[in-house]
Every structure is written in structure tokens, then in C-alpha cells.
Design a protein around this ligand. Sequence first.
Ligand SMILES: [Fe+2]
Ligand SMILES: [Fe+2]
Length: 357
Amino acid sequence: MPAPALSTSGFHHITMVSTDAVRTLAFYRELLDLDLVKKTINFDDPGAYHLYFGDEAGRPGTILTFFEWPHTQKGRWGVGGVHHLALGVATREAQLKWKRRLTDAGVEVSGPLDRGYFTSLYFADPDGQILEIATRGPGYAIDEPADALGRELIVPAAERLPGGRDEVAIAATWPEPVPAVTDDMRLEGIHHITGITDDIGRADAFYQEALGLKLVKKTYNQDNAKTLHYFWASYDGATVGSHSSLTLFDWPGSNYWARPGSGQTHHIAFRARDDDEQEAWRDHLLGMGVEVTPVMERNYFRSIYFKAPDGLLLEIATDGPGFAVDEPAASLGSSLKLPPWLEERRSEIEGALVPLP
Ligand SMILES: [Fe+2]
Ligand SMILES: [Fe+2]
């Protein structure tokens, strides 16, 4: 009997590049109210912080991580890179509260824009990483049957394109200041990640075969209706998994490449259930002719790395053992953690890092 086909249940984490860990901490922990779940260093570059944010336990799908590289070049989005990261929020009302809170903090915000499948608010972090806060719903089944997503090429309605939009709704904000993040505003982790490819057909074949993701929406970019925009996700033919939507804009034949650096995504990681499944993923990718690294020990998970055909760096990370492996679950992120093999260099490593509040 053939082995069941592998399919990832979605994102494990996304890793971005910051030039200033103190500023990044203030933005993601104080302003966006994410939990700092691990304060450590880059295992491949111990002079640099590696900060992990997420929900209180740092569950897969909610994890945002940052390498701090103070002197790195400024990154740029483009082909083979991520354009933006969207974080989920429950309701439009909560989204408007976010707009007010961010605007009052001096962050430039655009939207909310009705994207049909969800409503979107856009802004950027202090390094220029484009972020979005997207509502949980209404979801992908508004214009095709829930059990037949991704079959038809959908032309966005005129009211979702420039010139036809409800400008009053876009200009709206919350009437009161929002000095504290209330329960209803809680950000729910990765809603979707959107990148740019130079060949969407090739990307479709790759993500379906390599990761077992399914095409759940074929449409056009609502800001530039000549550009194809495809969505893939963990989808069993009935339900689209949360924290699993990868979307790409198609720039066929373009050589406007993404440039790595600050304000850019370094890589995105998908989930493997455990070590055995990760071995199976590795064999599966090698069998496709994809170059894959050996399994790497990341203390909180184990990782393999490979590239999408357009150059985007991808990872598959195990769900376990998780962030409580080296400090109590109730006080994650409170002290600098080093992997066992760097512990003997602690005073040297700590001495070279700017202390974080
Ligand atoms: Fe988006
Ligand atoms: Fe990673």
C-alpha cells in the first residue's frame, strides 16, 4: 500500500530581519502586544539576537522571529521574496481599534480595505517590513463552493478595485483612543503570507507537490488587476486550515528580484508533526530533486531548509519540543537562553549584546 501523501498543516514560523532588537521588541511586544516567547541568539551567528514572538505558548502558526543584524543592507521585496505578512484578528471592529491604536502611535496605516475573503489593514514595522492585520472571515467560500475552492479564475468585483471602493469605509477609524490592547483585539498569529513569483504555474506545481498545499483561490491582485494572485492552504476539500495561507502575486518573467536585508523576510517555515514526519519530508523533497539541508538542531524544534523555484528560502520545522524545553512555560522569554553547545561561551556572548528591557 503506498504511503499517504504528505501535506503540511500550515506555517510554523516566519523569520524576518531587524536592525535594532530594542526597537523591534517595543514594536511587537508593547505596541502589537505579542508575547516574547524566547530571547536567544542566532545559532549560526551567536553575536546576533534571535527574538521569538507569538501567543503565550509560542504555538506553531503564531511565531514571528527576528534576526538582529544592525549593519545589514536594507532589503527590498520582489520576485523570490515575501511582500507582506498578515496577522489575524477576529472582527472588523477590533481591526478598527488597531487602526486607531497604530495611528495614535505614529504608525502610518492604510485601509481597512475590503478584500472579499477578509478585510485588510496595512502598515509597516520600524524596519519597513510590510504588515497587514486581516479579519478571520468571511473566508474563501464567498465566491465558490467550500468543497470546490480554487477551481475557477475569479475576477474581483468592481467595488474591490481602485475607483470602485467604499472610500468612507476605508477612511473610518475607532472613535476613541485605544491605549491598551483589549481581549477582542488579540492578534491570532499568521493569517497569510504573500510573496512574489516570476512563474505562478511553476509555483503552483511546486507548492502542491513539495508541501501538499492546495490551491484554494485563483484571482487577480485587487490593487493591480492585471496581476494574477493565487492562494494555497492546507485544505481537505471542506475546510481551510488556519495559519496556512500562502499567496503569491505573479510577475511573469520579471527580474525585479527581492533583495535580502532589513525589513525583509529571511525565510518561512512550515510544520512537520514530529521527527519521523520530518524525515519523510526530507526524503520526499530529495525524491523531487530538491536540494535539502540535513536536519538541524534548533533546540525548540528541528529544521530542514530548501528553496522554492523562484528562490524563496523555506524551512520545515517540527512542532516539538517547543519553547518550554529550557525555561518554565509561565516565564518564557524572560532571560537570555543559549543552546547547550554555546553555554560555555555565555559571558562572552552576553558581553557583546545590547541588553534588552
Ligand atoms: Fe495580504
Ligand atoms: Fe526558521
